[in-house]
Design a protein around this ligand. Structure first.
Ligand code: PEP
Length: 254
């Protein structure tokens, strides 16, 4: 059984005071929270705040990006070593906003995934097709290309997120059937590349306008193992609501 993951991608939102209040809500919710793996991806300057306020809790946190090298003349970039300084254990790689706004190629995303694993961070590799790619029937070609380029082959824990670009921040969630079809395809591609055992163990998260109201029907799908949540994760109560609603559909083992 794959343990569900609920990941909050704050993107370039929330400020220090809001992050402190958010951490307070997470503390309050903890005693009654169903067992689940919960990961927060705050903006870089707030990693220190979350590291301080969530130390010793079961909540985990990570960076929204990293540079493929440890150090060097890369103005504005952040190294895996910085993330580790703030006890981050995860990092997003290949989010569609990085691919679109910063021109990240499959090769660069692959280098970031490799660096994350080298430094002991768990990469959450994001893949997904644009609306034009889906409409032209290219969804599977795009997903297979993005996954094959960056999926690690040498071991180390990693997680995959299917994030159809047309569903991110648009309020247009993929239907459970459509998402399940893409997740099953990604698992089949993984099995072809890495073997059945690794594919069955791989957690594949869905991301794209997940809200409390649509979360239970999505997590009921056999190949959906949790969510990467943007907009609905900015309010801790709606993020926690998603975790609670999913627990009865897809209980965690621990
Ligand atoms: C995301 O950015 O990863 C995301 C899924 O955003 P939203 O939930 O707002 O669509």
């Amino acid at each position: 059984m794959r343990r569900p993951i609920f990941a909050a991608n704050w993107k370039m939102n929330l400020r220090r005071g809001e992050a402190e209040a958010y951490a307070g809500r997470l503390h309050e919710a903890l005693p009654a929270l169903p067992a689940a793996e919960v990961v927060l991806f705050p903006p870089f300057p707030l990693l220190a705040v979350m590291a301080e306020l969530l130390a010793g809790t079961p909540y985990a946190w990570g960076g929204q990006d990293l540079h493929p090298e440890d150090t060097g003349p890369h103005t504005g970039d952040v190294s895996a070593l910085h993330l580790l300084d703030w006890q981050a254990s995860w990092v997003l790689c290949g989010h569609s906003e990085r691919r679109a706004e910063h021109g990240e190629t499959d090769e660069l995303v692959a280098a970031k995934v490799a660096q994350a694993l080298r430094r002991g961070l768990q990469p959450l590799l994001c893949v997904g097709e644009t609306e034009a790619e889906r409409e032209s029937g290219a969804t599977e070609v795009v997903l297979e290309r993005q996954l094959s380029a960056a999926a690690p082959t040498g071991g180390g824990a990693w997680t995959l997120a299917y994030e159809p670009v047309w569903a991110i921040g648009t309020g247009r969630t993929a239907t459970p059937d459509l998402a399940q079809e893409a997740h099953a395809f990604l698992r089949a591609v993984t099995a072809k590349r890495l073997g059945r055992e690794q594919a069955e163990a791989l957690r594949v998260l869905y991301g794209g306008s997940v809200k409390p109201e649509n979360s239970a029907s999505l997590i009921a799908q056999p190949d959906i193992d949790g969510f990467l949540i943007g907009g609905a994760s900015l309010d801790p109560d709606s993020f926690l609501d998603i975790i609670r609603r999913c627990a009865s559909v897809r209980p965690s083992r621990t």
